[in-house]
Design a protein around this ligand. Sequence first.
Ligand SMILES: *Cc1c(COP(=O)(O)O)cnc(C)c1O
Length: 363
Amino acid sequence: MTNYNRVYNFSAGPSMLPIEVLEKVQKELLNYEGSGQSVMEMSHRSKEFKKIAEDAEANLRKLLNIPKNYKVLFVQGGGTLQFSMVALNLLRNSKKADYVLTGTWAKKAYKEAAKFGDIKVVASSEEDTFTYVPKIKKEDIRPDADYVYITDNNTIYGTAYNYVPETGDIPLVADMSSNFLSREFDITKFGLVWAGAQKNVGPAGVTIVIVREDLLGHADASVPTYLDYKVHVDNDSMYNTPPCFSLYVAGEVFKHLLETGGVAAKQKANEEKAALLYDYIDSSEMFKCPVAKEDRSLMNVVFVTGDADLDKKFVAEAKEAGMVNLNGHRSIGGMRASIYNAMPKEGVETLIAFMKKFEAENK
Ligand SMILES: *Cc1c(COP(=O)(O)O)cnc(C)c1O
């Protein structure tokens, strides 16, 4: 393999992509499959691009075993626009929705939805600085709620739902921005799942929405056209120009996943990587993970030394050693190693070796 002098990038997003995908994109950059053009220059109505979009959807359907009554959309606006889109489309009867607050992204989603309906916080772990994921029971949910909203993986606090909440007939909506395609899940347990691409799927720009058919077509007439999911469904995500290049690269990531054992193989690899890192942290005298064991994320591993200056020193020395973006989110400090699908096991092993050395040198 060519040595590109690449670092191990532990960024929470945008983040690492598989080297094989980057190499393929590089090869195709100036002349995509004999079209004489780059995908960047290509009409989104061309037959080449149509195939790129169709293949991306078909391959994603294969990866997650998505049944016909679920629609797959590729839209713009990032994760943040979904906070409003979900509410504008799914507050369709009682205009009530129940939210679980498990971190910054969940709070933002809640605040946005509260502009449009009667939104209730049914559980929160804020009093414990979001170090765990509250267990919600069906009795906690208002029986006439239009949907229940969770943030499946909390990128900043390093927690994840390691179970699917039981909501009965009430559609469950999940923000999977930072763990989409990292582990298997049963889409039929959800009404809607969405994910911005730039954490685990591709470059920033495209956001994936998977939505059950019966939840479409209820948006109020006053909802802006672009924000109505049904408009995107009816136009095969080509109502307007899609984020062509991001969608193309995401499609290449899907192909690569299918060629390398699918989501099940990735889940196994991700579980191994995360176990290595958490086991070391739990055995260390210096580093601590504040997150409850059963709620730990496979993707974002948060840890601290307990001394802010030592944390800073760690992040700076790790950077010199070729491991970048290990600082925690600007809102909480400490460290965070984001070990998404594209982070190889060697990256995690290199980090652990570095942590051991740092611990020995800074006793
Ligand atoms: C990054 C992130 C978002 C926001 O995504 P943008 O594309 O920056 O708007 C939302 N939810 C979660 C869980 C995230 O990790």
